[in-house]
Design a protein around this ligand. Sequence first.
Ligand SMILES: Nc1nc2c(c(=O)[nH]1)N[C@H]1C(S)=C(S)[C@@H](COP(=O)(O)O)O[C@H]1N2
Ligand SMILES: [Mo]
Length: 239
Amino acid sequence: MNPENGKKSLFASRRSFLAVPPALFLAGCRFASGGKVDSTLKGFQRFNDWIQAKVFDPKKMAQEYSDEELTPEDGFRVNGYDTDEPDMDIPHWRLIVDGLVQKPGEYSMEEITKLPKYVKNLRHCCVEGWSMIPKWGGVLMKDFLDMVGADPKARYIAAECGDDYYTAWDMPSAMHSQTLLAYEAYGKPLELEHGAPLRVVMPVKLGYKSAKWITRLTITNEKPGGYWEDQGYDWFAGL
Ligand SMILES: Nc1nc2c(c(=O)[nH]1)N[C@H]1C(S)=C(S)[C@@H](COP(=O)(O)O)O[C@H]1N2
Ligand SMILES: [Mo]
């Protein structure tokens, strides 16, 4: 693991970003909210989520970049709260889908990659104050949710990951036409450290919503938490 990217730098920057409004140093990223919310302000966070959900425009596109604007592959950063190499058993990997869905079950890569493939150059904005523009390849999360019969009127989707990370999204952001289940980066199979075999890419939100190594999606009406969200980070995290 690169010591630049691990837990240490995350905690170092958590301290500094309380003092600096994220919008000032998230180059190329326009963070819609106020960053870390003090736990005494839970009510404010709920209001903040409600406002962000209200103003979210599912038709508004995140910028897509040309190949010339891509971050060179050697600048494709790795970041994670714990490990960059969780134990994934990729040959036997299945994505578990449950909750408010017509066809709950375990879906293989073979079934997922049958959906239409999209390649998009999208900016990833980390709350720590850096961004990058990788070339992603994968399927639309919307196409997958349609395939499994996820209830489009359900409010949330919770994700679990192979490193015990977890996060969640509002349904409109999950159904957004730029939200990907990515299995490729830079035209090659996703590397383990970037979330293989399957990760989320959600350019309408801060990077901690783009879950790597996903193992389970649960469609629900009860608002789920997240690893960073439960520590006071913005739940909606819209850009
Ligand atoms: N499973 C999992 N997904 C995760 C994280 C994590 O720790 N575990 N970190 C998030 C954060 S904060 C960032 S910035 C990106 C980093 O993705 P990358 O390693 O491909 O740059 O992954 C996000 N998804
Ligand atoms: Mo991040």
